[in-house]
Design a protein around this ligand. Sequence first.
Ligand SMILES: [Zn+2]
Length: 466
Amino acid sequence: MKSISRRALVLYSIILLFLAGCGLLFFNLISHSEEWAMNKANKHLYNSGSLATAGDILDVNGEILVTTKNGSRSYNDDKSIRIATLHTVGDSSGYIASGVQSAFKNEITGYSLKDGVYNLQRYGKGNDITLTLNAEICKVAYNALGNYKGTVGVMNYKTGELICIVSTPSFDVYNKPKDIHTDTSGKYEGIYMNRFFSGLYTPGSTFKIVTAACAVENIPDIYEKEFVCNGKIQVGEGYVICSATHGKINFEEALNKSCNCAFAKIAEEVGNEALTRTAERIGFNGLGFVINDKINCSNSKLDLSNAKLLDLGWAGIGQYTTLINPCQMLTAISSIANKGFAVSPYLVSQIQTPNGREILKGETIELGQYFTEMVADELNVLLRSNVKNRYGDNLFPGIEMCGKTGTAEISDNSEAKPNGLFVGYSQREDMPFAIIVIVENTNSSMSSAVPIASKVMKAIKNEYTQ
Ligand SMILES: [Zn+2]
């Protein structure tokens, strides 16, 4: 009897070990299969470590941005389009992590857990990805940026479609600079980063839109108030400096002229809590967007938890520790254009298998009311008056442009040049587009960011309106 039970025990142990082994094997298969299939030594997908065989990426008009020809990736024939769309499309080596070729690696190679790279072997290609991006508009934005580092983003404020994303510095995938990894001058700084999705910038006076929104929400007689600007104003323990001496001005003029004294006072009046509340409702201090569930964005930050009164004054004019992510800021501006209602930005409109089956469809995702319709209407009037009375409708002919500039000090070092920003949108029904332009190390937003916005919006008007 004893020997039988001992034999049974041994047998059970063997069975248990076998099952555990099977489990481990299965676990490994599931958890590593993607890694094994996607390994750069996999000759079905990669050639000398570069993505070789995969589906096409097309722009909104069906323009092929990248395809596979003779076993390697072949990019658009137009050099400017190749450079302008590099950060969105991504490079074949995967240096640009947020590029579609990296972020949608499984989809574009047609990889699936069930079939591995079977589809790729069967059809000779992966799935095709159609973007919301308009390559021609990207080209205009890239050329307008010239030698500046920075970013331009344009979004349809009703649908969330991103039609333009450009990040500079960029490079031509067919002629990658040889000194890209050895240069120490800083000219390639952040070259693999898509500044639109991953960048964080001091907003400067573009943040006055948020402070103005908070004022409209919390100060009932804000339009009757009179502010006095003598070029500087005492807030708490110190002074906030203005760019000019504006004298006596009202709320609308203060926004038109971007008076720091008025907005530091407004920030002081609304206080830390209300300003934080308004900012957080429109996405500050959150988790950041994940575009099409794949591409992570950095998120805007406003931390007034330890702010003294003077810090609050500076925060109200977009300085202190305030940081914006271009994609998040564009979404917030878009909501003002769209009666206060925010939609999530997206980039991929469709993914299609080689036999024509749609496996992903990009759609408008509602984020909800960032501002009440009444507050949005008021901001709409104020932002329209900025362009009409300050920047000039001649820069945006027939566009019914709204907007706000910003010149952001990024360092205490007086030698360092500030960044120039512009955010805005067209009020035209047939042109529902909002834009953000950020130009690094420039003298003024009026001479850098505004002319770039002007060129891009004019190109959009030509393409999208009758
Ligand atoms: Zn002033």
